[in-house]
Design a protein around this ligand. Structure first.
Ligand SMILES: [Ca+2]
Ligand SMILES: [Ca+2]
Ligand SMILES: [Ca+2]
Length: 213
């Protein structure tokens, strides 16, 4: 049997009942949670012995429980039995669904970069980007934008990125125009990282680029 529950719900959240499996009412049917195979999930669920209702007993954090796996499924084994020798074991898969409870986060608040004014257009600077530990496609990191410190300031850069398997990313700041140090020798902007939630969650890092001779 399979049940689904969103992460981060309050303890006592109802998932469903096992008793639907036994529509011929058996007298004195009792359900007992056998030890789950995965030891860290011992205290996450309980089964009501009479109704067969499965409820959570703790707040489940998908990012802690399934940090390194794309899916998040907890397997339980429940014994169903009566006094007159009926006995059954039911395998139950509980799918923990991701919610968008994490923002893309940078490891630093700010970074100072330098670039030669002789750089050609299309040249780039590569830096460590943000990391969003939500795993689902939509709730993980979706993209970057640049926002000048002074609104309306035209920046000679654009941004691109590559996502890594751990939810992190490498950011490429691409030079779009010939730089001239004598005209302007530094640029200040925020690098913004967004996920795909609605509304999206956002992280930012302040970037200074100084152009050198
Ligand atoms: Ca979480
Ligand atoms: Ca999440
Ligand atoms: Ca997220």
């Amino acid at each position: 049997m399979e049940f689904r529950v969103k992460e981060e719900q309050t303890p006592g959240t109802f998932l469903g009942s096992i008793s639907q499996k036994y529509n011929d009412k058996r007298d004195g049917l009792r359900f007992i949670l056998a030890r789950p195979s995965h030891t860290t999930t011992d205290d996450l669920f309980e089964v009501d012995s009479v109704s067969g209702n499965i409820t959570t007993t703790a707040v489940i954090d998908r990012e802690v429980l399934c940090q390194f796996t794309p899916g998040c499924v907890v397997r339980l084994e429940v014994a169903a039995q009566t006094n007159d020798n009926f006995f059954d074991i039911i395998d139950i898969d509980i799918v923990i669904e991701d919610i968008n409870d994490n923002s893309p986060t940078f490891s630093q608040q700010s970074v100072a970069l330098s670039i030669s004014e002789a750089v050609l257009t299309g040249g780039s600077l590569i830096i460590d980007g943000a990391r969003d530990i939500d795993k689902s496609e939509l709730f993980s990191l979706q993209g970057y934008s640049l926002e000048p410190q002074i609104s309306g300031d035209a920046l000679p850069f654009s941004v691109n990125f590559v996502r890594s398997l751990d939810g992190g990313s490498k950011v490429k700041i691409i030079v779009n125009e010939i730089l001239d140090r004598e005209t302007r020798d530094s640029y200040r902007f925020f690098l913004l990282a967004k996920d795909g939630g609605s509304p999206p969650k956002q992280g930012s890092m302040f970037v200074t680029v100084t152009s050198l001779t």
